[in-house]
Design a protein around this ligand. Structure first.
Ligand SMILES: Nc1ncnc2c1ncn2[C@@H]1O[C@H](COP(=O)(O)OP(=O)(O)OP(=O)(O)O)[C@@H](O)[C@H]1O
Length: 306
């Protein structure tokens, strides 16, 4: 089921947190939700799950408002606040309570404990959990109803490297099963490993809604390495071609497609030790996209924005 955000606006006092935001999140893939601090990501996610009432516009899941879903936990799993569990309650009891109040069979609790890798911590009180373990408990709650849609706000926050890798595997698996997986994250290199599609917002407005591959693609730039670099550069030079040297035997070339470089080198008997298109990283694409939409920038020592 898809999530549809349509002309969503949310105002707090005089401040628009989100303004006329429209996008859709499709099932069967992981969609990343990005934006600078204060861009409106949490507000949007809260509106989708009915925790915030839009000032105007709407957010629908499978064509319905969250509040209108007959069994919301069985349809939408959410992780919006990792520390939401009652501090004095044992993790397993927290899960059992949520299950019991939502008509979820008790056996499912053991399943999600295993899915979230919480076996050894299940009988500990949630208040003693590290942030990473709280995230795992939050994921366990989100998965309790075996929902077709997952909405996760910064799920990777606080996880150790093993936990991050585990989360990546879990999210990919959930998407591969045909579920809708929508998550926000500031960890761009991590997100780039798991998200197939990316929605970027800034100052409450849509900046990009595109496949990750489209965001990171750029004018073809090719990295070459050869012991006969000057000769190859002479061969490739021409109008519209730029080269930049990255060392005595390495250069990046734009303006000549990869296969042509290979053919011309072969024709001249030049052995290529490396030949690869260079993509930009999600971080580079993001910085370019959001450059003017950053609301809270690190200031200089005198307090003025840099
Ligand atoms: N309950 C609230 N009352 C007043 N203003 C709010 C409230 N919630 C959010 N805002 C404001 O709305 C804007 C968007 O906030 P939001 O938390 O949605 O951004 P975000 O993209 O999730 O940020 P971050 O990356 O820092 O979590 C911010 O300017 C924030 O200060």
């Amino acid at each position: 089921m898809s999530i549809a955000v349509r002309a969503l606006s949310k105002r707090y006092g005089r401040k628009w947190a989100v303004r006329e935001l429209t996008f859709e999140v499709q099932p069967g893939r992981v969609t990343g939700f990005l934006g600078p601090n204060g861009a409106g990501k949490s507000t949007t996610m809260r509106a989708i799950v009915g925790l915030d009432r839009p000032t105007s516009g709407e957010a629908l899941i499978g064509g319905r408002r969250y509040a209108a879903l007959p069994a919301p936990l069985q349809e939408v799993g959410t992780l919006l606040d990792a520390k939401a569990a009652h501090r004095s309650r044992r993790a397993v009891d927290h899960l059992r309570t949520v299950a019991a109040t939502h008509g979820i069979r008790r056996r499912r609790v053991d399943e999600v404990i295993a899915l979230a890798g919480l076996e050894s911590a299940a009988t500990r009180r949630a208040g003693t959990f590290s942030l990473g373990m709280s995230q795992r408990l939050g994921i366990a709650v989100a998965l309790l109803g075996d929902p077709h849609t997952l909405i996760l706000d910064e799920p990777v926050n606080g996880l150790d490297p093993e936990g991050v890798a585990w989360m990546r595997g879990l999210l990919s698996q959930l998407a591969a099963e045909g579920r809708t997986v929508f998550l926000s994250s500031h960890l761009l290199s991590e997100l780039a490993l798991v998200a197939e599609h990316v929605v970027v917002i800034g100052r409450g407005a849509l900046i990009a809604d595109a496949p990750l591959a489209a965001l990171t693609a750029r004018e073809e730039r090719v990295r070459v390495r050869t012991e006969r670099l000057p000769e190859l550069m002479r061969l490739l030079s021409g109008p519209g071609v730029t080269t930049s040297s990255g060392g005595p035997d390495v250069a990046e070339v734009t303006g000549v497609p990869v296969d042509q470089i290979a053919q011309r080198a072969a024709a001249a008997g030049i052995v290529l030790l490396e030949l690869a298109p260079v993509h930009r990283t999600l971080e580079e694409a993001y910085t370019e996209l959001t450059g003017s939409a950053v609301e809270y920038r690190a200031g200089s020592a005198d307090g003025s924005a840099s």
